[in-house]
Write a protein that binds this ligand. Structure first.
Ligand code: ADP
Length: 860
């Protein structure tokens, strides 16, 4: 075995417990890394890799970062999904016998970071855990930065993926025997760091936080998460809030695909907020409001009462413009109370943070008055439920000056009058000289010695000097001799002694005492954490609701009404497209889906606005169910229990699944889970496979939903063959997006009208794409030929097979074609030949475009 030096042995022993983390090993002013950690970190952080002798045969790879600038490096590793174990020297190197004792004091992971770039103001940083029980998963989550905790029952791994995705969790805690295949399914969709925790002991703290939950298994699920946090963070977790039980069936359910497709909180392409519904809606003024609005968008409600409680306040805010503006101004000054509470508990706040807290609390009475003045039925209930924490405000106001320094170790934070001793120190240092002069005058008066003086020297400190001639005037016992000079004596009195101590130690003591007073103050603030957290909750709700009002007013949204089943939207708009394109150009559309017509089959040319129309219906419902107003002239909506979408051809390259497979998975999700109260959006289902397959599947899906589910469904298709289904299926109605030809060119009107589209305008789109004129003319001729043929053996009865290719069409094609070929030159003939052989009906639009592009290139 290699004989490593004792320090390297110590390193290896500690590293053994932190295999999956970079071990930052404190050596003097540096954090050093060794072995593989060093090689990997030097690459990740772009720092120099060196080596050192560690006692073994070979030199050990090593790299390091200075302690003082380590935060940035740690942040970068965490950003990349790594973990970092901070290992400190835990004894004074001077006192140490042998190797200095070292211990890991904190494990920083993507789910437990408290500060830095990874922690966005308006985003939560959730850490989640999954615990396996016989029938389901126990799901637990926590956000260490805000102290929020939650648990839920989760039925399947797919549901777990939805939750992890919705929360945007960056780390997942599981037991060591958690299924590998389930883990890889999760990791396919969500980029989480995985951590292992086998301890699920329900200790005192777990009991305190989750004791109110009735189900022991859920407590267990929470324990695992708590034990992980407690083991890795090794510090006070006093800000953790009582665990909330999330009953997922209290919310509108949307699966991973639907949330992504509807671009609720991020866009599919850029994965950024810009262009999403959240981007449109978020005009919150506080960071807490910013986080809450995202949570609300991710979890729309299904209880009419709860929805209306929100939307009525939105209405009230719209009716009270001035109050709303004032509220917005006040909210701007309210600091992030939740994150602040977290940092108080962790012990990382400074005096400036507490001043921000004070300034925030100063705004609360104004906010309360404002709420009280609103004509809203829950106003007084809200006012009484909001605790303004005025005692904390008084405390902070008495303790801290307005502009304290950033550091808590340099003094100058506390107000005069807050602490008697501190005042004395300050007085001593500020007024040392005056004090001495005052004492000198007093002593002269008492003794009647006019020549008495108070002096100072470095060896003896302060003294009272009296000439020999006057010694008799000194009161016995009051003066203690300190030094004898040729013609004078120097004395000290208890009073002077006290002042001397005060003056000399004042500076040093003052700073020490301020630090102590500040930490005591911070401890006292800790006691207010639960109250601050509930205040934060009220403030953030007000913030989100005023924001709904502001957006609704600015964008002319209306208050939706709720029905038992039918959906009627008059002049609806897609909220985000409308914002992006300038509202004057946006063409509003109606949508009616009642019991008679619960399914719409939408036809129309590509690019005419079919998917925009479908999304606008879903987004309108989501807006309504989060309590906001909706982009329409009038909206009467059912309350949906679930929304499913299959929209667009967003390739799922990350998970390596084909577009068509994803299409089918999304369809399955809807078909298996939807109920009569659900909304389904299917855009061009069956497009990713050959024509026959595609039509067959599309038809079967429509029939299945119609017969077995009865969910409100919007189904867009470019297969005109499907439109005959409306004759058979009583709830299916044809609508189309209108387009007209002007001077032989297609003009999209983006207007939805009843009935099926008259044609598909594919050639017009090819024309827009500027394919050669000759080719377009040829295509028009061919199409004309198809259209003049007797219809295919469309049989809408029996097994409802609706599309078959008519062989005659092909023979017609060949006959006409051969006649024309004679007029062509050999190159053109070759191209026409290729064109003739194309199985157009078997191709996807993209393949067709590619072929056309090739042919065009040849012709040029
Ligand atoms: P399709 O699904 O039919 O291919 P899209 O819904 O993707 O078409 O719409 C194509 C483009 O048309 C959109 O990007 C948008 O710019 C525009 N558009 C869609 N609906 C409207 C509308 N109602 N008013 C104005 N422009 C619209």
């Amino acid at each position: 075995m290699t004989a490593y030096t004792p320090m390297i042995q110590q390193y290896l022993t500690i590293k053994a417990d932190y295999q999956d983390a970079f071990l930052f090993f404190r050596l003097g002013d540096f954090y050093e890394m060794f072995f593989e950690d060093a090689t990997e970190a030097s690459q990740e952080l772009e720092i120099t890799l060196t080596s050192r002798d560690g006692g073994g045969k070979e030199r050990i790879p090593m790299c390091g970062v200075p302690y003082h600038s380590s935060a940035g490096y740690i942040e970068r590793l965490i950003e990349k999904g790594h973990k970092v174990a901070i290992c400190e020297q835990t004894e004074d190197p001077k006192q140490a016998k042998g190797v200095v004792r070292r211990e890991v004091v904190q494990l920083i992971t993507p789910g437990t970071v408290m500060e830095g770039k990874g922690v966005q103001e308006k985003e939560n940083n959730f850490l989640v855990s999954l615990t396996v029980f016989p029938a389901s998963f126990g799901f637990a989550m926590t956000d260490l930065t805000t102290g929020e905790n939650g648990v839920a029952w989760i039925g399947s791994i797919e549901e777990a993926i939805n939750e992890i995705y919705t929360l945007g969790a960056r780390e997942l805690v599981v037991a060591s025997d958690f299924s590998e295949s389930d883990l890889s399914k999760i990791k396919e969709r969500c980029p989480v760091a995985v951590s292992i925790e086998d301890n699920d002991e329900q200790d005192e703290m777990v009991e305190k936080l989750s004791g109110h939950l009735e189900e022991t298994d859920l407590k267990k699920a929470f324990s695992r998460l708590y034990q992980y946090v407690s083991r890795t963070q090794k510090r006070s977790l006093d800000h953790l809030q009582k665990v909330t039980l999330y009953e997922l069936n209290r919310f509108l359910k949307m699966d991973y695909f639907s949330k992504r497709n509807l671009e609720l909180t991020e866009t599919i392409r850029s994965k950024g907020k810009k262009g999403s519904l959240l981007w449109l809606l978020d005009e919150t003024k506080t960071a807490m409001g910013g986080r809450l609005i995202k949570q609300w968008i991710d979890r729309p409600l299904i209880s009419k009462q709860e929805i209306e409680k929100r939307s009525r306040l939105v209405q009230t805010f719209i009716d009270h413009y001035f109050e709303r503006e004032e509220l917005r101004e006040l909210l701007k000054e309210v600091y992030d109370l939740e994150r602040l509470s977290g940092r108080v508990a962790f012990g990382n706040v400074n005096a400036r943070d507490l001043i921000q807290l004070k300034k925030s609390l100063e705004k609360i009475p104004g906010i309360l008055n404002l709420v009280a003045s609103l004509n809203y039925e829950y106003s007084s209930q809200m006012v009484t439920s909001i605790d303004p924490c005025s005692d904390l405000l008084t405390l902070l106001d008495a303790a801290l000056i307005e502009n304290p320094p950033l550091s808590i170790k340099d003094g100058n934070m506390m107000k005069d009058g807050y602490n008697e001793r501190l005042d004395q120190y300050r007085n001593a240092s500020r007024n040392g000289k005056t004090w001495i002069a005052e004492l000198e005058a007093k002593e002269r008066e008492i003794t009647g010695i006019r020549s008495l003086k108070i002096g100072y020297n470095r060896i003896f400190g302060y003294y009272i000097e009296v000439t020999r001639a006057n010694l008799a005037n000194l009161e016995d016992g009051r003066y203690e001799r300190k030094q004898t000079l040729a013609n004078a004596e120097r004395y000290i009195t208890p009073e002077l002694k006290e002042k001397e101590t005060l003056i000399l130690e004042a500076e040093e003591k003052m700073v020490e005492l301020e630090y102590q007073l500040f930490t005591e103050l911070r401890e006292r603030v800790k006691g207010f954490i639960p109250r601050l957290q509930s205040l934060a909750k009220c403030v953030s709700e007000l913030d989100v609701l005023q924001c709904f009002a502001a957006v609704s007013e600015k964008r002319r949204y209306t208050k939706p009404e709720f029905t038992d089943s039918s959906l009627i939207i008059k002049d609806g708009r897609h909220p985000v497209v409308e914002k992006v394109m300038n509202s004057q150009e946006y063409v509003p559309n109606d949508c009616v889906m009642d019991d008679k017509n619960g399914m719409l089959l939408i036809t129309g040319p590509n690019m005419s606005g079919k998917s925009t129309y479908m999304r606008q219906v879903a987004l309108t419902s989501i807006l309504a169910q989060i309590g906001c107003f909706v982009p329409a002239e009038e909206a009467r909506l059912p309350i949906f229990d679930q929304i499913f979408t299959r929209i667009g051809a967003a390739d799922d390259l990350i998970s390596g699944q084909s577009t068509f497979m994803v299409e089918m998975l999304e369809a399955k999700n809807a078909i298996v889970n939807a109920t009569q109260k659900s909304l389904i959006l299917f855009d061009e289902i069956g497009r990713g496979t050959s024509t026959y397959d595609g039509i067959a599947l599309a038809q079967a899906i429509i029939e299945y939903i119609h017969e077995n589910i009865g969910a409100k469904t919007l189904f867009s298709t470019h297969y005109h063959e499907l439109t005959v289904l409306a004759e058979e299926l009583s709830s299916l109605k044809n609508v189309h997006v209108r387009a007209v030809e002007k001077n032989g060119k297609v003009v999209f009107l983006h207007k939805i009208a009843d009935g099926a589209a008259d044609k598909s305008y594919g050639i017009h789109v090819a024309e827009l794409a500027e394919l050669p004129e000759a080719l377009i003319q040829r295509a028009q001729k061919i199409l004309h030929g198809f259209e003049n043929q007797p219809k295919g053996q469309a049989d809408t009865k029996g097994d409802k097979q609706i599309s078959e290719v008519n062989d005659e069409q092909l023979s017609f094609f060949e006959e006409k074609a051969s006649k024309r070929d004679k007029e062509l030159n050999p190159k053109e003939k070759q191209i026409v030949d290729r064109l003739r052989k194309l199985s157009v009906l078997e191709m996807t639009p993209l393949e067709a475009m590619n072929q056309l592009y090739e042919l065009q290139k040849k012709l040029k």
